[in-house]
Design a protein around this ligand. Structure first.
Ligand SMILES: Nc1nc2c(ncn2[C@@H]2O[C@H](COP(=O)(O)OP(=O)(O)OP(=O)(O)O)[C@@H](O)[C@H]2O)c(=O)[nH]1
Ligand SMILES: [Mg+2]
Length: 1093
């Protein structure tokens, strides 16, 4: 980048009022990167001829090859509008579902977003997701309806039809916004907005009487061309416009006031030529709407002349009337599109339309809403006003966005990305200055002359070439190369934004971990403490030094000395301190920002090995780097020593493997077939048998008996009893404690509710934890209401005799204390504090005197349950939808109690699950460590508890409870649950049959099918087992010659109806399934396909 433009950008960085931080969001392939190209070209960074073809921000090779974006990347542009100069920090994001975590990291750093929608495809699943993400982060969107050329060339719509079509798309987008708006969170937000508005109105603002009050309240929520927040474009042909531009043009030409045109250019208005008036009711009177007549018709006739009819004369006329200049070579070019974009990009340059909309409609960093700040600062269930005073003070710093020397520095790092060390500006070859070139040229000439004189065979061609090469070489300065050390090949840069203060290279800041508590930090640190080396130790707080600071320019980075508030930047030197994201501040009062909300669920797991076993250390290092460089990938080492990579989907997996191979490990690796995740569950005895015939009552009883008998025969021993009703009683080896547990399938809706409320249950657990420790946590009323709501819903769903009082008797959720399984306390004589105790604030129910003897071992039971639900007896996968009811529980009174022991036990087991979550984040990642946790704890403190030869009682009880749960589980009919994807496939009528074929072959189920209005496309919504999904997208694409392309999104877990342990018993069944019954048993098929655990 040129010197002058770098200086300009540095100057613009100091004026936050004119900074716009924004990202481009859309469904996959709707044209984000192409649009970004046009904007980049407007700054002369790439040539405008290449705009749209280069996809400059897709800098990775695989991005170019596949034609999709995989990483979000940023570029700073400047834009001049009238007197004002703006700095636009633009982030292009990927649209493919597998990379939606990249979208989350982009959205967090922005104040606004350009939402792009394909004019043919309209609102697609990811469009809805990104609109939601924008809403959740409180950033303001503007809309670009892209690919309008497709309406003309592909769909061959008339301008009038296209108008109707565009209206529909706007309706669709606004419908999504509408649903978001009406959801509860947004209602509250709107309330605040309108309050602010009212206070604004009392000032000297002009109020527009023509708009009703109701409209005024939410008008800025919706997209409408007359609001100035919609641009119509064809990024590939380089044009785009907002109706403001046409209002300007026609107000001069027709003498109508621009304001009037602005209000009427979009909508049901028409021009009455005789009366020279704009009238309402175009549709009713069958007139051409103004938008068609004055806007679309122009574009349609241009395409008609240039592309369809290639009418030279007409083109010439148009060119003169538009007053644009076209080069002769463009006119003669065999591809009419070249001429078209040459004309359009001068007539209606898309960059002008989009950038001026962005600068006008999107907020600057100074306009950050107070509510957004509070949301960023109050983690989890905590209320903003319960934070320490110094912390609340920092809200001002956010709002002021001050770059004064004394302003506290606050930075959020949303991801770490790796760049080739050689590409860093400090190592880049820089072009020479004029004098240097002259000097070197002289030197080279002399050297050449010397050589010529010395060597008579100077005519030797090779020699000339050589000296030429030397001469060329001498024209660039080589800075000292970085160490050619393997370790140094990749450098991590933090993708960040400054929210307050000025960041300087070499500055010391605090790194605030996600669990850092400012109250604790402030109490432990001396007043006025800065991030120097001698800071006392505080949990989740460390210090670091800012490395190099960079301006992000797409593929390139430019070094900066300091970056003022309100800007997006890259920071080097943090890889030791920041894994994926972090909050940095000079003030220990600053809270960690709320975690990013990721939409993608990592679900595809593979085990990875180096081709040559000796290269294991390289693989381990490579996987560590990959883990840091990807917001969503997870890396774990299983108990078996296997290295497992967890990714969001097939495309993501491919990218991770490529990165590992080519960048981070640089070795050959082999990846296992994807390991399909399962859940294990129990069901009510089935009503039909395997040949789908209704089972008689007798048969059912017989089956149940068979199961029960098998289990009781096989497993009854002197410490274990299984009664015919499925109640399992187990005694610890020292015979001091006994538990009786029964497994009951949870109703499906309950499982779904629990699975959907994981975050809330986790919060509930945290609250209970602090209550147990005697601390009270100030939880926000919203969280309390949500917990109350969850309880009420559970009560509504758990009806009937079997579930009487069940909700009040919930003892724990599991695994990891927040999973979709329940532990119920059905021991009549045992009272314990309710899991809902945070709801009883004020009117606390009189605490029942618990049986002390039992209560101290309460936690052992919970831990046993956690272990049992973490890995089930079928294939060591987590359980789902199982309720374990503890019906009896005895501890012999003689057992000496170790109160201290059990309390600690709790905090330890709790901590361990918490910690691993903070590192990994997924539901499945900690599988390896779970089962080991129990025994380890017992071992860790051999002196605790009454130490007989069997170890402490608490430990024995954990093991006994776990075993009892497993046995109880096996005493019921067991089933596997498969992970399911939903997919939306868009396909034309001709290929519909083939799509169905592929779906059928892969056990997919079509949920519904509809015709997309205004097109000949069908939208099919289907579910598909994850196990059958590998290669699905490719197969569909191939079978339909690329016409249909599905997006797979993880949706839910589904019970596989067939019994994996079933063997045929009747003759009919033998006939149907053969002796081994492996022909039709889907569950068995999947079960056996898995590698052994
Ligand atoms: N006809 C037409 N095609 C376009 C237009 N804009 C983009 N395309 C094409 O659409 C395809 C996808 O464009 P991209 O810019 O890569 O789309 P994207 O939204 O960045 O895609 P992802 O980053 O993978 O989500 C490319 O083949 C473009 O040439 C347009 O205005 N008209
Ligand atoms: Mg892209």
């Amino acid at each position: 980048m040129g010197h002058s433009s770098l200086e300009k950008i540095i100057a613009l960085q100091r004026n936050p009022e004119n900074i716009r931080n924004l990202c481009i969001l859309a469904h996959v392939d709707h044209g984000k990167t192409t649009l970004a190209d046009c904007l980049v070209a407007s700054n002369g960074i790439i040539s405008s001829r290449l705009a749209g073809k280069l996809r400059y921000l897709d800098s990775r090779e695989d991005e170019q090859l596949r034609g999709i974006t995989m990483k979000s990347s940023a570029i700073s542009l400047h834009f001049t509008q009238g007197e004002k100069e703006y700095l636009v920090n633009l982030i292009d994001s990927p649209g493919h579902v597998d990379f939606s975590s990249e979208v989350s990291t982009a959205v967090r750093l922005c104040d606004g977003a350009i939402v792009v929608v394909d004019a043919v495809e309209g609102v697609c699943p990811q469009t809805q997701v990104v609109l939601r993400q924008a809403w959740l982060e409180n950033i303001r969107p503007v809309l670009v309806i892209n690919k309008i050329d497709r309406l003309i060339i592909e769909l061959k719509l008339t301008s009038q039809e296209a108008y109707a079509h565009l209206q529909k798309i706007l309706e669709q987008v606004n419908a999504v916004t509408g649903t978001l708006f009406t959801s509860k969170v947004l209602e509250e937000r709107a309330e605040k907005d309108s309050e602010e508005k009212e206070s604004d109105l009392s000032g000297d603002q002009v109020y527009d009487w023509s708009a009703g009050l109701e409209e005024a309240d939410d008008s800025n929520l919706y997209f409408s061309p007359d609001q100035g927040n919609v641009v119509f474009a064809s990024a590939i042909d380089g044009w785009g416009f907002s109706i403001q531009q046409f209002a300007q043009i026609y107000s001069q030409r027709m003498g109508i006031r621009a304001e009037v045109l602005l209000k009427t250019l979009w909508g049901d208005f028409y021009l009455n030529a005789k009366a020279k008036k704009i009238m309402k009711g175009a549709q009713a009177k069958g007139k051409k709407p103004l938008f068609v007549q004055l806007v679309l018709d122009n574009i349609w006739s241009l395409y008609d002349a240039v592309v369809t009819r290639r009418d030279k004369e007409k083109v010439e006329k148009v060119v003169t009337s538009l007053g644009v200049k076209v080069m002769a070579r463009d006119t003669r070019h065999s591809d009419p599109k070249v001429l078209l974009s040459a004309i359009c990009s001068q007539w209606l340059p898309v960059s002008q339309a989009v950038l001026s909309m962005v600068c006008e409609k999107l907020p600057s960093p100074l306009d950050m809403a107070a509510e957004r700040v509070e949301k960023l600062m109050s983690v989890g269930a905590r209320r903003f006003d319960s934070l320490p005073e110094e912390t609340q003070e920092l809200k001002k710093a956010f709002l002021q966005c001050s770059s004064q020397e004394n302003a506290p520095v606050i930075i959020f790092v949303s991801k770490m990305f790796a760049v080739d060390t050689k590409a860093l500006p400090q190592y880049r070859q820089r072009p020479l200055t004029q004098e240097e070139i002259a000097q070197r040229r002289e030197l080279a000439r002399q050297r050449h002359a010397d050589r010529m004189a010395a060597d008579q065979s100077a005519a030797d061609l090779a020699n000339i070439k050589m000296s030429l090469f030397l001469w060329m070489e001498s024209l660039t300065v080589k800075e000292p190369k970085p160490e050619e050390d393997e370790q140094q090949k990749e450098t991590f840069i933090a993708f960040a934004r400054v929210y307050s203060g000025v960041v300087k290279r070499g500055q010391r800041v605090f790194v605030l971990g996600p669990k850092y508590d400012p109250a604790q930090g402030l109490s432990m640190l001396p007043e006025g403490c800065t991030a120097t080396d001698s800071v006392p130790e505080v949990p989740h707080l460390s210090c670091c030094t800012m490395g190099n600071l960079y301006l992000l320019m797409g593929r390139e980075l430019e070094e900066l000395e300091e970056v003022p508030c309100g800007n997006v930047l890259g920071i080097g030197g943090l890889e030791e301190y920041v894994l994926k994201s972090a909050t940095l501040s000079t003030s220990p009062a600053c809270p960690p920002f709320t975690p990013l909300n990721f939409e993608a669920t990592p679900i595809v797991r593979v085990a990875i090995e180096p081709k040559h076993p000796s290269e294991m250390p390289k693989l381990v290092r490579g996987m560590r780097l990959l883990n840091q460089a990807d917001p969503c990938a997870e890396v774990l080492i299983q108990e078996t020593g296997e290295h497992v990579l967890v990714t969001a989907g097939e495309v993501h997996l491919q990218r991770c493997l490529d990165d590992l191979r080519d960048r981070f490990a640089k070795i050959e690796i082999s990846a296992s077939k994807p390991i399909i995740p399962f859940r294990e569950t129990v069901i009510r005895p089935p009503k039909v048998d395997m040949v789908n015939e209704e089972m008689g009552k007798q048969q059912k009883v017989a089956i149940i008996h068979q199961v029960k008998e098998e289990s009781s025969q096989a497993r009854t021993s002197d410490t274990l009893q299984v009664d015919p009703s499925g109640l399992v009683t187990l005694t610890t080896p020292n015979r001091l404690a006994t538990v009786s547990i029964r497994a009951i399938p949870l109703p499906e809706e309950v499982t779904r509710l629990l699975d959907g409320s994981l975050e809330l249950i986790r919060t509930l657990e945290q609250v209970n934890m602090s209550l147990r420790e005697g601390r009270s946590l100030d939880i926000s009323t919203r969280t309390l209401e949500a917990i109350e709501g969850l309880k009420a819903k559970l009560e509504g769903l758990l009806q009937g005799r079997k579930w009487r009082n069940a909700v009040d008797r919930i003892w724990a959720f599991g695994p990891r204390r927040y999973g979709p399984n329940l532990l119920l306390n059905n021991v009549d004589s045992y009272q314990r504090p309710s899991v809902w105790q945070c709801l009883f604030k004020g009117n606390k129910p009189s605490k029942p005197a618990p049986q002390a003897a039992l209560r101290d071992f309460d936690n052992s039971i919970i831990s046993g349950f956690q272990l049992a639900t973490l890995s089930g007896p079928m294939c060591e996968e987590p359980l789902m939808g199982v309720c374990f009811s503890v019906e009896r529980w005895d501890i012999q009174a003689s057992t000496p109690l170790q109160q201290q022991d059990s309390v600690e036990e709790d905090s330890i087991s709790h901590e361990s699950s918490e910690d691993s979550r903070a590192e990994g984040g997924s539901e499945m990642d900690e599988q390896g460590e779970g089962p080991a946790a129990g025994p380890n704890q017992a071992k860790r403190r051999p002196e605790a508890g009454p130490a007989d030869c069997y170890g402490p009682v608490s430990g024995q009880l954990i093991a006994a409870t776990k075993e009892a749960c497993r046995q109880a589980f096996q005493a019921q009919p067991q089933r596997l649950m498969a992970a399911m994807y939903t997919c939306d496939i868009m396909a034309t009528a001709e290929v519909l049959g083939r799509v169905y074929g592929v779906l059928g072959k892969r056990e997919g189920r079509v949920l519904h099918e509809e015709m997309k209005e205004g097109t000949d496309m069908f939208i099919i919504k289907a579910v598909l087992p994850v196990a059958e999904s590998f290669g699905f997208a490719d197969e569909i694409r191939k079978r339909t010659s690329g016409l249909a392309s599905p997006q797979l999104v993880f949706s839910h877990w589904e019970v596989i109806s067939s019994d994996p342990y079933w063997v045929p018993t009747t003759e009919e069944e033998y006939l149907h399934f053969g002796e081994k019954a492996d022909s039709a048993n889907q569950a068995l098929k999947i079960h056996e396909r898995r590698p052994p655990p």
